[in-house]
Design a protein around this ligand. Structure first.
Ligand code: KG4
Ligand code: ZN
Length: 364
């Protein structure tokens, strides 16, 4: 079975060809081709992702990348059996571009479309460890349920109890900004370019390496609340006031400020995340922790999660190389793992028309 994966929910135009055999937990996979085209350079100028610009770039790039995918993998398009496309959540104008592209191909090749939830993609991105194009099949990793998925990305911050593939219950999420958004906004306040997450983590690492003494403190929002809700907008405001208190005295924000604020900010979000994770495992049976989403590229958060899981004697999994951020492999993989996902056939009258972009699509 060959699945074409399409991901356009934000600022990455991503396509892949995934060959698979069998079903979960014995699914074997072979990556025939995998392309991620980032629009970061284009959005940088605006300090964040501009939906209409993302849409324009996806529309421009999808046919070019699709041709490249077929050429590089030397696969004739007639060999594709199904299309897995992200239908939500995400930026609707961006999502629509992938969906429209999928619909046209579905009719042309007479193959079904299977709409995938982007967040399910981030969960299953932790199921594999081999992400290179290969001529051999590889087994997916062993996954134990119930698992607690912690999804930390630019669009979401969610703790999701996963009883099985396709059986999700959101235990808690953010009431305002996502964790990635908070990283990016704080970076912007420190005059760092979009996306600021990787830069904040670099500055924080420098502060730790240089043992810069701690002279500031930021709040740990909702750390003591007895629920699994997150809130990061107050933390962002606290950084704003802190910066104002410095500049009001006539001092310009310098590299030392950037290092110290980045470390304190990273410590704050990490402590909150760990406290919520702890709260979740106190109240739920958890055999495995799966942490997905762009923010888990952060070394400090990853290391803290690893120590936490070791202390609790719970197995933990992170996305494989290249799968932390948005990609099409996780979308194709969710599609072949989750048999409950709809199969929309172009031959069935009316069915393809009903496939729409759902910006707020939820996992439960
Ligand atoms: O999952 P993702 O690629 O896109 C969404 O679906 O949102 O996540 C992107 C987010 C951005 O906010 C980016 O700043 C953040 O992930 N990010 C990081 C790091 N690398 C990427 N945040 C903190 N530390 C990092 N090293
Ligand atoms: Zn994502």
């Amino acid at each position: 079975m060959i699945t074409l994966g399409i991901e356009t929910s934000c600022d990455e135009t991503a396509l892949c060809l995934l060959e698979s055999e069998g079903a979960f937990p014995n699914l074997k996979y072979k990556i025939l081709g995998n392309i991620i085209n980032s629009q970061i350079e284009i959005h940088k100028e605006f300090g964040g992702v501009f939906p209409m610009l993302a849409k324009r770039e996806h529309i421009k790039n999808l046919p070019i990348l699709y041709k490249k995918l077929l050429d590089d993998s030397k696969i004739d398009e007639s060999k594709i059996d199904q299309i897995a496309v992200t239908s939500g959540p995400g930026l609707e104008p961006a999502l629509w571009t992938g969906i429209v592209f999928a619909k046209e191909l579905s009719v042309k090749l007479n193959i079904p479309i299977r709409p995938v939830n982007h967040m399910e993609g981030h969960i299953v991105s932790t199921f594999i460890n081999k992400t290179e194009v290969s001529s051999d099949f590889t087994n997916i990793d062993e996954i134990e349920f119930p698992a607690m998925a912690v999804l930390i990305s630019g669009g979401h911050t969610e703790i999701v109890m996963t009883q099985n593939i396709g059986e999700y219950k959101i235990l808690g999420s953010t009431v305002d900004d996502s964790i990635g958004e908070a990283f990016d906004k704080v970076a912007r306040m420190l005059n760092l370019p979009y996306p600021g997450g990787p830069l904040i983590s670099k500055y924080a690492e420098q502060a730790r390496a240089e043992n810069i003494p701690k002279s500031i403190s930021l709040p740990r929002p909702m750390i003591h609340s007895k629920d699994l809700k997150f809130s990061f907008s107050g933390l962002k405001t606290a950084v704003l006031y802190l910066l104002k208190s410095i500049t009001d005295t006539g001092i310009e924000i310098n590299e030392n400020h950037r290092k110290e604020i980045s470390r304190e900010f990273e410590d704050s979000v990490t402590e909150v995340l760990m406290r919520k994770a702890e709260h979740a495992i106190e109240n739920n049976e958890v055999k495995m922790i799966l942490v997905g989403g762009g923010v888990i590229a952060n070394k400090h958060i990853r290391e803290t999660f690893t120590s936490f899981a070791n202390e609790k004697s719970i197995k933990i999994k992170f996305p494989a190389n290249g799968l932390t951020g948005d990609n099409a492999l996780m979308i194709a993989l969710a599609c072949v793992l989750n048999e409950k996902i709809d199969t929309i056939k172009p031959s069935e009258e009316g069915s393809i028309e009903n496939l729409i972009a759902r910006g707020n699509l939820s996992l439960d």
